[in-house]
Design a protein around this ligand. Structure first.
Ligand code: FDA
Length: 281
């Protein structure tokens, strides 16, 4: 893969990706697999995506990997037809259930927040929190309320800061406010008895979460840390060695461009990293 893409994307093919997952598992890290794709507006392509994603569960099973799956609803045609997208998700969650596994719905930009929550709710009601979870973004003003409403009955929420460009009418423009909302969401969700996937590479927030769980007596089976493939590897391994469950979000496939540009945008220093690879290649 060109321009340093391989730092953030495991591989283009499934067999190569599963080898990388095995390597991460060998280091004590769990994985959530992301078959790259988004904004699919063609029914046939959405169908192919659903088949590929559903097929990940038996593939994980066959190799006895410690991995679950993350999915974006716009890759299953959410913007084309929400009813079709729900049917694809039902098929995927059925596959997950047959393999006693779990699928998490990623959260995309604010144009699809509500339809994403609607689909999650109907899947949660049908399959339960052991099979399906959701992501909420602390930069959106609405997310704390969404967490309160969805977080009853042990719901599994991944809490992130948020990766899309959103207007100040919808999202905190100030990073300090995003961080403060992040902590309120994690603490609130854990205090209500929910399961939290604490997804951040921010060492200060991780420290705050660790001191909160110690103080509040939250047991380790109520939360996990999640980080992205290729980012903060030392922190991932340190937390795993300290006995915490750490899960690496591991994207693979050919549709890497939008994911890759979000990772570059998050950290200007990454531009230098890409430039170095361009010069070498
Ligand atoms: P912050 O941006 O403050 O970064 C903290 C530190 O982490 C930085 O100082 C740097 O050291 C390191 N870092 C962060 N980003 C980096 C990068 N790109 N390259 C190199 N170093 C970097 N978002 C979303 O909107 N919907 C979603 O479904 C998800 N899903 C998701 C899953 C998982 C497992 C993670 C970890 C993140 C997401 N995100 C996401 C992305 C998330 O919203 C956010 O954009 C990134 O995690 C970066 O924010 P941090 O919390 O790491 O903090």
């Amino acid at each position: 893969m060109k321009c340093g893409v391989g730092r953030f994307i495991a591989a283009e093919t499934l067999p190569e990706t599963l080898d990388k997952v095995q390597g991460l598992n060998d280091e004590g890290l769990h994985v959530t697999l992301d078959f790259l794709g988004e904004n699919v507006l063609d029914a046939e392509q959405a169908e192919e995506m659903a088949a590929m994603i559903g097929g990940l569960f038996p593939a994980i099973d066959r190799r006895k990997l410690k991995a679950n799956v993350s999915v974006k609803l716009t890759q299953l045609g959410l913007k084309l037809d929400p009813a079709l997208c729900l049917r694809h998700m039902e098929r995927i969650v059925n596959e997950a259930a047959a393999c006693r596994n779990f699928v998490r719905i990623d959260m995309e930009d604010s144009s699809v927040t509500q339809p994403t929550i609607d689909i999650f709710r109907s899947l949660l009601w049908r399959y339960g929190a052991k099979r399906v979870g959701l992501v909420l973004q602390s930069y959106l003003y609405r997310s704390e309320r969404d967490a309160e409403q969805l977080g009853v009955g042990g719901t599994n929420l991944r809490i992130v800061k948020g990766a899309y460009r959103e207007p100040p009418e919808l999202a905190y423009p100030d990073k300090r406010e995003v961080d403060a909302a992040y902590m309120r969401m994690v603490e609130g969700h854990l205090s209500r008895g929910g399961y939290a996937a604490v997804a951040t590479h921010d060492p200060e927030l991780i420290e705050q979460v660790l001191s909160f769980v110690r103080q509040a007596g939250i047991s380790r089976d109520k939360f996990e840390f999640q980080m992205l493939y290729g980012i903060a590897g030392d922190l991932q391994r340190d937390l795993a060695r300290a006995g915490y469950l750490v899960r690496v979000y591991t994207p693979f496939g050919r549709e890497w461009y939008p994911y890759f540009t979000r990772r570059i945008a998050e950290r200007p220093a990454n531009l230098w990293f890409v430039a170095k690879h361009l010069i070498r290649s």
